[in-house]
Design a protein around this ligand. Structure first.
Ligand code: CTP
Ligand code: MG
Length: 229
């Protein structure tokens, strides 16, 4: 049994506007509906727990999508708090050993082949895995006045994407430890790494973008308009 966790409790402050970005229309559906359908599309994903803001007025109240259960809980102040709340809200029938797939509500362009590869390769790994894309730009280190101090080698650098796949027990322990320490972890893998473990990077497509600014929404519209399959 594999469940998905979708953190959707963010306010979209960089995007701006009254409606949080995950509820904006995109290619005939909302952003979050694309993200939910993308993870639930895989036959091994049995259901999803969505973390919502306490005062969320835009959630459409889905109880199921494609015959799979959609549960909700209240998220927290940071993304990692929302993910931890969602893990803790899962039914007790989902055991410590079971895999959880964490996917941002704001990533509507997840490709089904990437999800299939992550599930296949990640479940082979003792720790777990995440989709990631190699860094393609030349990287500069800058001083505080924005002058180049040097060029960083990019060969071993990757951009972390979602979904990320970890076992329920280790993910909960890792996120709870990070929360107790007060350190801000920006993805699940970072919390797992802090326990001394090494999640596997599964190369994913560059176009699995996270909607952050209005320009990203236009780009996502274009990506989704091309054949997916
Ligand atoms: N998220 C969440 N709980 C939070 C913060 C973020 O569940 N306290 C979710 C967002 O809804 C989003 C994902 O985590 O699906 C990635 O976060 P991000 O892109 O940073 O979204 P926001 O936090 O909403 O945007 P911003 O940082 O610009 O305010
Ligand atoms: Mg944020």
């Amino acid at each position: 049994m594999t469940w998905a966790i979708v953190p959707a409790a963010g306010r979209g402050s960089r995007f701006g506007g009254a409606t949080p970005k995950q509820y904006l229309p995109l290619a005939g559906r909302s952003v979050i509906e694309h993200s939910l359908r993308a993870v639930l599309d895989h036959p091994d994903v049995d259901g999803v727990m969505v973390a919502l803001a306490q005062d969320d007025g835009a959630w459409p109240g889905w109880r199921e999508i494609g015959g799979k259960p959609v549960l909700t809980c209240v998220g927290g102040g940071e993304r990692a708090d929302s993910v931890l709340a969602a893990v803790q809200a899962l039914p007790a029938t989902i055991s410590e050993d079971q895999w959880l797939l964490v996917h941002d509500a704001a990533r509507p362009c997840l490709h089904r082949q990437d999800l299939a590869r992550l599930l296949a390769e990640g479940r082979e790994d003792a720790v777990g895995a995440l989709l990631a894309a190699p860094v393609r730009d030349t990287l500069k280190r800058a001083d505080d006045r924005q002058h180049c101090l040097g060029t960083e080698p990019r060969e071993s650098l990757w951009r972390a994407l979602t979904p990320q796949l970890f076992r329920r027990g280790s993910l909960e322990r890792a996120l709870a430890a990070a929360q107790r320490s007060g350190i801000k972890v920006t993805d699940e893998a970072m919390a797992i790494e802090r326990l001394g473990l090494k999640p596997r990077l599964v190369e994913g497509r560059d176009d699995n973008l996270k909607i952050t600014t209005p320009a990203d929404l236009a780009l996502a519209e274009f990506i989704l308009s091309r054949a997916i399959g």
